[in-house]
Write a protein that binds this ligand. Structure first.
Ligand SMILES: Nc1ncnc2c1ncn2[C@@H]1O[C@H](COP(=O)(O)OP(=O)(O)O)[C@@H](O)[C@H]1O
Ligand SMILES: CCCC(=O)OP(=O)(O)O
Length: 360
């Protein structure tokens, strides 16, 4: 029997509330770590994502050192793609143009922009290639989904593509069907929230997780726009401060002072009425967005799928199920498949099963 070549992959996934890292030997995880960043810790960077680079890199290297894994054995590093140009899904090589777009935030600033920077930074030190897979800027919207009501402000596809594609595939496999044969409403419940209409595997519409849809642990979601204009001209905030208020300091953080949904769940269980109102309102808004995506799919919905860290909360998923089960059966896949999906993408390229795409 031929022996299979052994590849060692490091995957790095910076999110708004955490940095996840893992090392795989082929398909086998050797080490996994989630470093949580509190809202207070991140507020010291004053909304400047690039300024978090050294801090997050230090954290990654610190926990890797504790893992006893010898980085000299690395075959590749894969980072979560950021708010890059709108592109097709797939595995991409990280080159200087990717880093440039991540740094300037070609479609905005978000922690995931650090994923490609951290991956390339570490990969270059060890002379190995670096990749990103299905970034948040995967864009499969239909023409109808792109209009907002103002021609100058088209809607943009910014969502949790990596996790939602991976969980959609896993869920379809679990019921013996193909992802490409199903109509799904896929919902990522994390630091940010995406609710997506997946028609036969294509994400034809979904809320932009950085500026639309439900509020989330750290984002305001959609807000009354004329009130927002008044805030802009109130003289109280500059543009960065206001952006930070909406993304980073919105949602649970604004109402309850924490981005930690498990902490909020504890407060709800202990009888805190305000925590209950806010937590239930977030579930109510997620349910409304699911209803909107059911209309996008003209009611032809096979399943509603809830995933992400917040899907561990049975109280929360129970509220969403209660309001949406009449649309389609609700399946819950707590946590995320992002790390495995990134590693598998890199492995396909290293094994020559797929050619890496070049960023346009
Ligand atoms: N067991 C749990 N119960 C409730 N909430 C949880 C649990 N685990 C994580 N969360 C919450 O999920 C959110 C983060 O989800 P995650 O998918 O890890 O986010 P990110 O989008 O930042 O990667 C945080 O608000 C976190 O507190
Ligand atoms: C910008 C879409 C991705 C996103 O919001 O990720 P997090 O929830 O990890 O911040």
């Amino acid at each position: 029997m031929m022996s299979q070549e052994v590849f060692y992959i490091l995957a790095i996934n910076p999110g708004s509330t955490s940095t996840k890292l893992t090392v795989y030997e082929n398909e086998k995880p050797l080490f996994q770590k989630t470093v949580y960043h509190s809202a207070r810790e991140l507020s010291s960077f004053d909304g400047d994502i690039s300024a978090q680079y050294e801090y997050r890199k230090e954290q990654v290297l610190k926990y890797l050192a504790q893992s006893d894994f010898d980085l000299a054995k690395l075959s590749a590093v894969v980072g979560r793609g950021g708010l890059l140009k709108p592109i097709e899904g797939g595995v991409y090589l990280i080159d200087e143009r990717v880093i440039e777009d991540a740094l300037i935030g070609v479609q905005g600033q978000h922690a995931s922009n650090l994923g490609v920077q951290l991956a390339k930074g570490i990969a270059d030190n060890y002379g190995v290639p670096s990749f990103f897979v299905d970034p948040p800027s995967v864009d499969e919207f239909e023409p109808l989904a792109r209009l907002s009501g103002l021609p100058e402000l088209p809607r943009r596809s910014i969502l949790h593509a990596l996790n939602l594609k991976a969980v959609g595939r896993r869920m379809a496999g679990d019921i013996g069907r193909k992802f490409e044969d199903l109509n799904l409403i896929l919902t990522h419940l994390g630091g940010g929230i995406s609710v997506v209409a997946s028609r036969r595997g294509r994400f034809i519409d979904g809320n932009n997780a950085t500026e639309e849809g439900p509020f989330s642990p750290e984002r305001s979601g959609h807000v009354p726009v004329r009130g927002l204009i008044q805030l802009c001209y109130s003289g109280k905030y500059n543009a960065r401060e206001l952006d930070r208020k909406l993304v980073g300091q919105g949602g649970l953080v604004a109402y309850l002072g924490t981005n930690d949904a498990s902490e909020v769940e504890k407060r709800v269980k202990s009888g805190d009425a305000k925590a209950r109102l806010v937590f239930e309102a977030m579930a109510y808004q997620v349910s409304k967005e699911i209803g909107a995506m059911a209309c996008v799919l003209a009611g032809k919905v096979d399943y509603i799928v809830l995933t992400g860290g917040l899907a561990f909360s049975e109280i929360f998923t129970g509220w969403v199920r209660g309001r949406t089960h009449w649309i389609a059966p609700v399946l819950v896949y707590p946590g995320e498949e992002e790390m495995r999906a990134m590693v598998e993408g890199a492995l396909r390229v290293l094994r020559g099963e797929e050619k890496p795409r070049v960023y346009p």
